[in-house]
Ligand binder design. Structure first.
Ligand code: NFS
Length: 672
C-alpha cells in the first residue's frame, strides 16, 4: 500500500539539478516541504510534446491538429509529409514560427503603445504624475521622428518650444502603429547598407500593427503556402518590433523616466528583508512601477510602514520590470522569470504587484498558501483565481493607484503567518548602461563616438561584441546556460551586452561588477575593463531595450573601421535559455539586422529541415545574419566566437589580435 502511494506521488524536482543558484535550490526545497508545487516540479511531471517542439503540428483549423513527425531515420528522398489540406512540414513550421513572431512583436509593441499613450497624456499635460524628464533624449528622438526642433522667426533660427516638440513627437510616435502609408520612420536609423538590404528584400515595415495582423491573415487556413513568403512577412513584423515598437518603448520611457546611467544595486532573493515590508513589482511596463517607486520613498509612507511594526519598505523587482526600475532607480532585482514563485515561498512577500507578460498563473496558487496579496493591475491581464486583487491602473490617477497598492502591502506586513525564510544569497551589480553611457565610458565626451571601443576591437584587446539576452526555461537547468555562455565569451575577450533575464542571472552570478573582469576575462578584455572601470558584461535593461543593442551596433558601424553594416561587425547574438514568443521575435530581428544569432534549448523548426536551412543559410544572403541552435553552452559560445573570428578575418583585423596577445604574454613574462 505504502509502495502504491509512493508510486502515485507526483515526481518532484531535484533542486540541485533544477538550478545552479543556491538561493533557488533552498526555496525549491522549502516549497516541497510545504507541499507547494513550483514550475520546477511541474516540469518533471509534464513532458513537452515532441511534435510541437519540432514546430510541425498545425492547429490552425479544426480538421487537425495535423501532426507531421519526421520519419524514423530522417527523410530519405522526397519529403511527402502533408496535413489534411496538403500543407507541408515547411509551411506548417513557417506558419507556427511567424505566429510566434506575431505574438512576441505584439507584446513588445503593445507595451510600446501604452508608453506612447502615457507620453501623449504627459505631452498634453493631462497628468501631474508624468512629465518630460530627459529633454536631450526628446530632441534626439524628435530628429529620428522627423519633428523640427528649431523654428524660423524673422529670418532667424530659434529653438522650438519643448512642449510643442513633445506634443508633435507624441503624435508622430502614435502614428507609427497605424499610419495608412509610408514606412516606419526609425528604419532610417539603421546603417544605410542595412536599410538598402531591407528595401531589396521587400521587408520594410509599413506600420507596426499591420505587419502583425498580416501574419495572422497569412497563416489562416488556406492562405500563404510558401515558407519563403511566410518568413518574409515574419521578417517584416520582427523588424517592426525591433526598430519600431520596442525602440519606441525604450525611447519614450527614457524621455519620461530618464535615460539610465550606471549605478550600483544588488540581485537575488536575498535582497528581500525580513523586518521590512516587501513589495515586489513584477511584469514589464514601467508606467506603474515608476510611480510605485516614487510613492514608496515618501517619508509619510515610510512612517506609515513603521507604524505597522516594519523598519521600512523594501522594493524589489522580478523579470523585466526589475530591469526597468533597476536601471533608473537602483531598485534591487529579486528574481528571474523562473524564481517568481520562489519569492513568495520566502513567506516574506507582503504584496506582489503584476502588470503584463511573463507572469505565471500559478503565482495565485502559491500566494494562497501564504499571506501574500497578489495584485493584478492591467485591464488585459487578469487572473481567474479568487484570491487575486485587481486594482486597475490608469495614468490619469496613477499616484492614487500606487498609494493604494503600497498601503495594501504595508497593511499586510502584520499578517505573515508562515515562518519567514529568506535565502541569504545576493550579489552586487553595476547596471544602468545604454547607448549613451557606453559612448561616455568607451568613447569619451570629447569625441562623443564609439571610437575607443572600435579602436580596442581593431587592436584586438576586445575580440568582439556579443548580445546575450532572454529568458529562463524550465526545460533546462536554471541559469546554467546563461552563465556558462557569458563566462566562456568574456574568457575569450568578447564583451557582453545583456538584457532581460540573462542580465538578472549575470547579476546574481556576480558578473556585473568591474572586479569580475580580473577573475573571468581574457587578458585583452580585462585590460580594457580595468582601464575604463566597467564590468565585462554591460546591463542594457529589459527585453524592449534590446533595441539599445541595435543602436549600439549602429554606433559602432558609424564610428568606422569595422565595415559598413552590422553584419560586418565581429558580433553575435544569443538567447541560451529562451522560452517566450518575444524571444523568437527578438531573435528574428537580430537576424534581419545582420547578427549571427544562436539560441539554446530547441528551435521549433527542427521538424522541417528545409525551412530550418532557409532561416539559417538563405537569410544570411539577404541580411548577413542567420539563425543557429546549440543547446550545449560551451559549444554555443564557441560558435559565436568562431563567427566573430570569421568577421575579424574578413575585416583584415585578425592579425592585430595575435599581436596583442603576444604583447600581453611578453609583458607577463617580464612582470614575472
Ligand atoms: Ni524577455 Fe521580460 Fe525574462 Fe524572457 Fe520574460 S522577463 S521580456 S520574455 S522571461 S527575458
Amino acid at each position: 500500500m505504502a509502495e502504491e502511494a509512493k508510486a502515485k506521488a507526483p515526481k518532484l524536482a531535484d533542486p540541485i539539478a533544477a538550478t545552479i543558484d543556491p538561493a533557488s535550490q533552498e526555496m525549491i526545497r522549502r516549497a516541497q516541504e510545504l507541499n507547494i508545487d513550483t514550475v520546477f516540479d511541474r516540469a518533471e511531471q509534464m513532458k513537452p510534446c515532441a511534435i510541437g517542439v519540432q514546430g510541425i503540428c498545425c492547429k490552425n483549423c479544426s480538421m487537425g491538429p495535423c501532426r507531421l513527425p519526421l520519419p524514423k531515420g530522417g527523410i530519405v528522398g522526397e519529403d511527402t509529409r502533408k496535413g489534411l489540406c496538403g500543407a507541408t512540414a515547411n509551411t506548417i513550421a513557417a506558419r507556427n514560427f511567424i505566429r510566434m513572431i506575431a505574438g512576441g512583436a505584439s507584446a513588445h509593441s503593445d507595451h510600446g503603445r501604452s508608453v506612447a499613450e502615457v507620453f501623449m497624456t504627459a505631452a498634453r499635460k493631462e497628468t501631474d504624475a508624468y512629465r518630460i524628464k530627459d529633454t536631450n533624449k526628446l530632441l534626439a528622438v524628435a530628429e529620428a521622428l522627423q519633428v523640427d526642433t528649431t523654428v524660423e522667426v524673422d529670418g532667424e533660427t530659434k529653438d522650438r518650444d519643448i512642449d510643442e516638440i513633445a506634443l508633435e513627437v507624441a503624435k508622430k510616435a502614435m502614428n507609427e502603429w497605424g499610419k495608412p502609408e509610408g514606412e516606419l520612420l526609425y528604419l532610417k536609423r539603421a546603417p544605410q547598407a542595412l536599410y538598402d538590404k531591407w528595401t531589396k528584400a521587400g521587408v520594410k515595415p509599413r506600420n507596426i500593427d499591420r505587419e502583425i495582423v498580416e501574419i495572422m491573415h497569412r497563416t489562416h487556413m488556406g492562405v500563404d503556402q510558401d515558407y519563403k513568403n511566410l518568413i518574409k512577412q515574419g521578417s517584416r513584423a520582427a523588424i517592426a518590433d525591433g526598430w519600431g515598437g520596442s525602440m519606441l518603448a525604450t525611447d519614450l520611457q527614457d524621455i519620461l523616466f530618464g535615460t539610465p546611467y550606471p549605478l550600483q544595486s544588488e540581485a537575488n532573493l536575498g535582497v528581500m528583508k525580513e523586518d521590512h515590508v516587501n513589495l515586489i513589482i513584477h511584469g514589464h511596463e514601467p508606467v506603474l512601477s515608476e510611480i510605485i517607486v516614487a510613492v514608496a520613498q515618501r517619508p509619510e509612507i515610510i512612517e506609515y510602514a513603521k507604524s505597522k511594526g516594519a523598519k521600512g519598505i523594501q522594493l524589489s523587482g522580478i523579470c523585466c520590470t526589475a530591469n526597468e526600475i533597476l536601471q533608473r532607480h537602483g531598485v534591487p532585482s529579486a528574481a528571474t522569470f523562473l524564481q517568481q514563485e520562489l519569492a513568495i515561498i520566502t513567506g516574506a512577500c507582503d504584496a506582489m504587484v503584476v502588470d503584463i507578460q511573463c507572469i505565471m498563473q500559478n503565482l495565485a496558487n502559491v500566494a494562497k498558501c501564504f499571506h501574500t496579496k497578489l495584485i493584478t493591475t492591467h485591464p488585459i491581464a487578469k487572473m481567474e483565481q479568487d484570491n487575486v486583487l485587481h486594482i486597475e491602473f490608469d495614468e490619469h490617477h496613477a499616484v492614487e493607484d500606487a498609494e493604494k497598492i503600497v498601503k495594501i502591502a504595508i497593511d499586510n506586513f502584520q499578517n505573515r503567518r508562515t515562518e519567514v525564510m529568506i535565502p541569504r544569497q545576493k550579489a552586487t551589480q553595476i547596471a544602468g548602461f545604454g547607448v549613451e553611457s557606453i559612448q561616455y565610458h568607451l568613447g569619451g565626451t570629447f569625441r562623443g563616438t564609439y571610437y575607443t571601443l572600435n579602436d580596442n576591437i581593431i587592436n584586438g584587446r576586445i575580440r568582439g561584441i556579443a548580445g546575450v539576452v532572454g529568458c529562463n526555461n524550465a526545460r533546462t537547468r536554471h541559469n546554467e546556460a546563461h552563465i556558462t555562455v557569458v563566462k566562456e565569451l568574456i574568457k575569450n575577450d568578447v564583451i557582453v551586452l545583456t538584457t532581460g533575464c540573462n542580465a538578472i542571472a549575470c547579476a546574481m552570478a556576480g558578473l556585473l561588477t568591474p572586479e569580475s573582469a580580473g577573475v573571468y576575462c581574457g587578458p585583452g578584455l580585462k585590460e580594457v575593463c580595468e582601464t575604463v572601470g566597467i564590468p565585462p558584461v554591460l546591463h542594457l535593461g529589459s527585453c524592449v531595450d534590446n533595441s539599445r543593442i541595435l543602436l549600439a551596433a549602429t554606433e559602432v558601424v558609424k564610428a568606422g573601421g569595422l565595415g559598413k553594416d552590422i553584419s560586418d561587425l565581429p558580433a553575435a547574438g544569443s538567447a541560451p535559455e529562451w522560452m517566450s514568443e518575444k524571444a523568437i521575435s527578438i531573435g528574428h530581428y537580430f537576424v534581419c539586422s545582420g547578427f549571427y544569432t544562436v539560441f539554446g534549448v530547441t528551435l521549433p523548426t527542427s521538424g522541417a529541415p528545409v525551412f530550418h536551412d532557409y532561416i539559417s543559410k538563405e537569410l544570411e544572403k539577404q541580411f548577413g545574419g542567420m539563425w543557429d541552435i546549440e543547446p550545449d553552452p560551451i559549444k554555443h559560445a564557441q560558435l559565436m566566437i568562431a563567427h566573430i573570428d570569421r568577421k575579424r578575418k574578413e575585416l583584415g583585423i585578425d592579425k592585430a589580435r595575435d599581436r596583442v596577445l603576444m604583447d600581453m604574454a611578453d609583458r607577463q613574462k617580464l612582470e614575472a
